[in-house]
Design a protein around this ligand. Sequence first.
Ligand code: FAD
Length: 471
Amino acid sequence: MTGPTMHPPSGDALSAIKAAAGADWTDDAALIAPSLTDWRGSYTGATPLLLLPRDTATVVAIVRAAAAHRVALVPQGGNTGLVGGGIPPADGSAVLLSTRRMNNIRRVDAAGQLLVADAGVVLADVHAAAAAHGLAFPLSLGAKGSATIGGLAATNAGGVQVLRHGTMRALVGGLEAVLPDGSVLNQLHGLVKDNSGLDLKQLLIGSEGTLGIITALALKLVPAPRHRAIGWAGVDRPQRALALLARLRLLSGGQVESFELMPADGLALVEQHLGLRPPLAAAHRWQCLVELAGPMPLDDLLAEGLADADDAVIAQSEAQGQALWRLREELPLAERRDGPAVHHDIAVPVADMPDFAEAATVRVETLFPGARVLAFGHLGDGNLHFNVRAPADGAAEWIAAHREAVSALVHELVVAAGGSISAEHGIGVLKRADLARLGDPARLAAMHTIKAALDPQDIMNPGKLYQAVTV
Ligand code: FAD
């Protein structure tokens, strides 16, 4: 096994790639700088060149030039990824390819309930375009104003509606991508049925830019629900939150769109750093945000479903509903403002998550005195963001000293519980060592074989996702 063996690109190689990009590139360090650090500020890279192609043909020309000179390409969309996958290595050995100018919505097929768009289209713009046709794209997350559909597909993003609609894997009907040899995989048709071989789009989804550059997507739409009911409930333990969800699912016949769990100390951070107050009078240890969506009014049903909570409120207006959502969406920002943490994005079987979260919290806080676990998120998907906040005094030093050991422990507990060390953010740089250490050997071997077959020169985002690749 060898790691990436890239060197900074030669002058000839850079000239060839610039020529392939036409006018769509910059080597101005000041213009490149904002793309070199990730959203959390955890990774900073370097690159001699930022490519800004506007169409698939230009991406093809760039990839061919990069392949001819064996230059690594790092695709980047909105740069909201949380595992360092879109940041080039610090040695300047890779060229950054941003999709931000590939931002055309090509068409909305209302009858087929499909939206076909360039990979650089921002999620919020997809929402707006679908809404104009009485339709909805049922995937949303806190970064919707910046995250691109190409990045969402490349990381198989989830978000707050997975419970009902699934992750990007379930929501991509078709895909166009430029493979490492410059050929174009054209699977944009969005066929509902296609049994003529392997479903290659699923290889690209979740591949984090390591198998090719996604240039366009056909996204599956659903009818925009005519009614929404949004509520907030307080309980003392996560087991009771899960019981509320089970009851709501039965009562509503599957109309639960979102079910998010937050601890009282996380909401206290939102109040402290953003001035937003939770709606319940008491600081219940666990609080849930629930949304039902469907063709008929749902408020009464939601109230009935939340009757077993210790306290609950139902939003009485669109504005109140949005205010409840803001509390949840701003939690990551409030946590970031409060100080550093070791972040984990974990999944275990849904029914096991409440017990797992409680037991893992005790284990981590006992073994690392002063650390405070903040576990929140998508309880109904068996996925919580299990973040371990540093003690207030000497936080940066604590993180530097304990990050690896904390993550190793959390990930070992997750794997022992039959779970995943990455529920939705991906592997990137952050988790590749733990994936190599704890992942299923047969799955990892098959992944390496596929990577080596499709990208024998290892030019697509080397050093991400895979710990090391034979080339
Ligand atoms: P980038 O960050 O630019 O890139 C991410 C990865 O995709 C990189 O490996 C990059 O190389 C690759 N990539 C990007 N574009 C392409 C392309 N066209 N072709 C091939 N590879 C490409 N995620 C969730 O799943 N659920 C959440 O609830 C959630 N909430 C979030 C909340 C906040 C506040 C933030 C900041 C992030 C959140 N995320 C969440 C993270 C999520 O992974 C990213 O928001 C999104 O999926 C990445 O899209 P992007 O366009 O920003 O991609």
